[in-house]
Design a protein. Sequence first.
Length: 241
Amino acid sequence: MQKKIVALTTLTTALFLTACNDKKPATLDTDNAKFSYAVGTQLGEKMTTTKTHIDLNALNAGIDDAFNGKPQKLDEAAKQAIFTKVMQQISQEQVADQQKKSEKNKTDGTAFLADNAKKPGVKVTASGLQYLVEKEGTGAHPTANDEVTINYRGSLIDGTEFDSSYARHEPATFPVGSVIPGFSEGLKLMTPGAKYKFFIPSSIAYGEAGAGPKVGPDSTLIFEVELISAKPAGAQALPPH
């Protein structure tokens, strides 16, 4: 908690110090000005979760008092107490926001999967994984201990793309057992040369934790997957034949 408090104080002071003491538009005509602006943009982005708790008039007064050596209106104990209180409020708000997103994603995902399961060609496994065979391959199915090379595109049910080997112009290679359960299960259904589409419930995807800024808590995921090759760990790749 102390580290968060120090970080919040530093971010707030650095972000608003120039703006509070000089209302003129910034001119980036020196290295110091450019450096200051770059630091400001980074700090501003990091403060998005706290900005609703910032009273700019009070903030300006605090910066002015500290910067100019004036008597401060709160002693250290009072500052520590309010830091702790507000940081707890922010934490509670973040938890509530995650829960709200989780509930919506669960509801939307359940409805999507129920409808999707009725579509022609879609198969459903015991775990709830849904998959659609777009092209079958040949050869052996990968096992949990094998390594695969694939091209893939991952998206949310609203069409938002969150990951893609196609976008990177390079296939991905990794152990089958190293990915989320639904993806691993789907890979083991394929053979080299196959193209499948996976529809993965949150329970066998990233669950309530989500993954990064694009995959929220309890998100249902869609993957378009092309299995290029598979091989036992340490062996030569086994291409389609």
